[in-house]
Ligand binder design. Sequence first.
Ligand code: EPS
Length: 372
Amino acid sequence: MKLTTAGESHGKALVGIMEGLPAGLEINIDEIDEYLALRQSGYGRGGRQKIERDRVEILSGVRNLETLGSPLAFSVANSDYENWRECMAPEGCDTSRKRLTAVRPGHADLTGLKKYGHTDARNVLERASARSTATSVVAGTVARQYLRTLGVEVSGYVRSVCGVKDNNEYKFGELAAAKANPLFMLDGSAEAIELIDKLKAEGDTAGGVIEIRVKGLKSGFGSCMQNDAKLDARLCGALMGVQAIKGVEIGMGFGAANISGSRVHDEIFYDGGFYRRTNNAGGIEGGMSNGEEIVIRAAMKPIPTLMKGLKTVDYVTKQPAVAAAERSDVCAVCAAEIVLESVTAFVIANAVSERLGGDNMSEVIKRYGELI
Ligand code: EPS
């Protein structure tokens, strides 16, 4: 499976093309829109989310709510385009408007300007923006629908916001309740909300840690034959590709480096089938799923657009400046949680499709059922 996306944050629309889906997959468009709405929700979002109401439009690859086996093309319109047409229209516009030269530390602005040879960071930030994560949610929700036919589910929650931590461990079935919380947290959200309010008043921003879990995936997806085919390598690469994600760990992750092997490796037992009593490996050994739940944690840095403006230098005048800020999210961990679930679903669906092939869903389901 392959996903190609395009779209500027304040352009006409975000678009994507998903290739490699088998024919006969039932597509639930309402569910895609529900995940798009969840991505827009969460405490700490800024003014832009009041303008957008994301909805997917499927342009090809689906007929009567079923995939055809052809490329699935889709779009998500940017409602804000109407307010930006005069400086964003591909057909001609006034590029002297909305120029950004007070480059923001932590954003793509400065490096992008140098790399692409522009003098207006608008030409860089429009694509670097996390707005494009809406396309990952569309493709990821289709991947989720594919995985569901095999009994594979993806879920997650927010584990910490700017140092306010939830140190509890949860069963997979308990995670769904997080979506009813304004920060997708299962514990500690009152304190985190207070902190976000304080940071907002100070013109500052917050990041956090997100946990994603995959339940029901049989063993053997991924590979131990080449490093770049390892399931953990693919998951970490894809999750690190999401805007603002700065660290990813699988299972015990960094914690495994601090204790001895006998406390890390999950011992193996047999009772009609192989099983483990612990899951420190987070469901992946030797680059392959081992049949246990996949457990991933990802660290999101604070949003780099700060209303109080960090010190910077104007790219054109070379004079000291205050970094540009018109409006900003204070905290977007909920958005990131949905995006990371979606990207995880896409990587897992891809690994399934690579191993099982299948031109139609009946073949995929039959082949998956035959796996030991
Ligand atoms: C973003 C900046 C903000 C965010 C945006 C990501 O947009 P604007 O510049 O229009 O205020 O709201 O996220 C979204 C639009 C979204 O839908 O998630 C950035 O610079 O990355």
